[in-house]
Design a binder for this molecule. Structure first.
Ligand SMILES: [Zn+2]
Length: 484
């Protein structure tokens, strides 16, 4: 995600809690298949759908239950983890405060089910028979998603219908069991394994769907548009609908890159930033693995949001901010979508790398007007301002980077510790080991961890394997011992 930070965030303070971290390697390349079907009712702002899950047990354990994150339920009235912090309320709720929610209507294929978790955010499906390692089990879930009028990941905006996290998403499994993801306002509270997707969406004819996947077929009849998509090796699937999309398309390195926008006087430049960054990251880190990339302008209260093969870019940004956001979100295709990480505990791992990859792109494309010195200097000034303010407020500052999203007291703190300190850490690392080794280590990290949920140790090991003693440098930043 790309945040827009205002001074208001400094006032948003909450108590801290502790961190956990665990990422199990996958046993084989076989994985889960999703069959998603959904009908959108634009009069009532509801999505009615089914999720067929052909689950592959890649864990070492016999499982008696499956768990699914119900992110859409965070939007309901009275949720314990509302999706928007106080500082972003007015920017998000453009039509006044209103609510949505996700209701499970039925589950086939199990022996029972219930909705639980810290905030009615987890569906537990009890299996009729245990599923053993390397075995499969099928369940089908029916649900209704009521969409709030909100500029957010899941909601109806003035011009678009944002369908991020629109279906029950299987929880990733670690040595600690399934990871349940409360909807923390700081960061992206999502952790999931890669899967294959077949998706069918039934929408009013006037709408166009931008999607994570490649379009397989489309038919229009009786005022409805039915479109099928497919996507392989992806850890999520997202859609954005609109009646007002204009579309620009260009092929880059064999990938169909589409820019869906509603209002952008520099749409050709936005598409160029998307294509150039795709080409640069392909060359620098390794090849993008999806057939399409949709960059979609939406109503959104932050700068942008990443999903596999689809990025949401907030409307109304300046030309420079728009390009920066497009490049940052595209970098997440490498650091989040293809190489996953535990975003609940190690937000710096994908955000720090996405920020640093953005810096590398602009350093190599000077026409955009950004420089390495300028970006590092801006991150350093912002981080020091955060440190100073928090020191004055609290008498001390927690600058540890690996912590649960719930342990950050504000988006201001989260952004500085995760994005800015992360960027400074990778720049210091590059200064220490040199440009060639730095890029080569990132290539290896991408090659070894693509399709997996990489741990922080996997990232550090990728740099250590380049023959450089870097563990101490990572530790000094991550454990909060270095003074910046
Ligand atoms: Zn990001």
């Amino acid at each position: 995600m790309k945040k827009i930070i205002t001074v208001l965030l400094i006032l948003c303070l909450a108590p801290a809690i502790c961190a956990i971290s665990a990422c199990a390697p996958k046993k084989s390349e076989a994985h889960t298949n999703y069959d998603l079907f959904a009908i959108y009712d634009d009069e009532n702002c509801t999505l009615t759908g089914t999720v067929g899950v052909d689950y592959y047990n890649s864990t070492e354990n016999e499982l008696t239950d499956l768990k699914f994150n119900l992110y859409g339920n965070a939007y309901r009235q009275g949720s314990a983890f509302p999706p928007v912090s106080q500082a972003y309320q007015s920017r998000a709720y453009y039509a006044g405060t209103n609510y949505g929610g996700m209701e499970i209507t039925n589950v086939e294929g199990g022996s029972g089910w219930n909705v639980a978790g810290e905030d009615e955010n987890v569906l537990i499906v009890n299996l009729a028979e245990p599923v053993y390692p390397e075995q499969r089990v099928q369940v089908k879930i029916g649900y209704t998603l009521q969409l709030a009028k909100i500029n957010h990941r899941t909601g109806v905006t003035r011009d678009t219908v944002n369908l991020g996290n629109f279906y029950p998403v299987l929880c990733a499994y670690t040595t600690d069991g399934f990871i349940e993801c409360p909807y923390y306002t700081c960061g992206d509270p999502f952790v999931s394994e890669v899967a294959d997707y077949n998706v069918e969406i039934d929408i009013p004819e006037a709408y166009t769907a931008a999607a994570s996947g490649k379009q397989v077929s489309e038919s229009v009849a009786e005022g409805r548009r039915k479109t099928k998509f497919s996507l392989e090796r992806a850890r999520d699937f997202a859609l954005v609908l609109s009646k007002n999309f204009k579309i620009l398309t260009e092929e880059t390195d064999g990938v169909k890159v589409s820019y869906y926008y509603t209002s952008d006087a520099n749409a050709d430049k936005s598409l160029a930033a998307a294509c150039q960054s795709l080409a640069y990251f392909n060359k620098t880190f390794g090849n993008y693995c999806y057939p399409t990339l949709s960059v979609v302008q939406t109503g959104f209260c932050y700068g942008g949001m990443e999903y596999p093969a689809l990025t949401m870019i907030a409307e109304g940004q300046s030309e420079a901010d728009n390009a920066y956001t497009i490049v940052h979100e595209n970098a997440h295709q490498w650091w989040y979508a293809m190489v996953g990480n535990n975003q609940l505990t190690c937000g710096w791992q994908d955000e720090g790398l996405a920020e640093y990859s953005t810096l590398m792109f602009f350093e190599n494309h000077p026409a955009y007007g950004y420089t390495r010195t300028g970006i590092v200097g801006s991150a350093t000034r912002s981080y020091r301002a955060f440190f100073s303010v928090y020191n004055q407020l609290n008498g001390s500052v927690d600058t540890t980077m690996t912590r649960n999203l719930g342990a950050f007291s504000s988006e201001f703190e989260y952004t500085n510790v995760t994005y800015n300190k992360g960027l400074i850490m990778f720049d210091t690392l590059r200064e220490t080991i040199g440009d060639e080794k730095f890029t080569s280590c990132l290539k290896n990290y991408f090659k070894n961890c693509s399709g997996k949920i990489a741990s922080a140790e996997d990232l550090i090991a990728a740099f250590a394997a380049c023959g450089t003693d870097v563990e101490g440098l990572f530790a000094s930043f991550i454990e909060g011992k270095i003074l910046i």
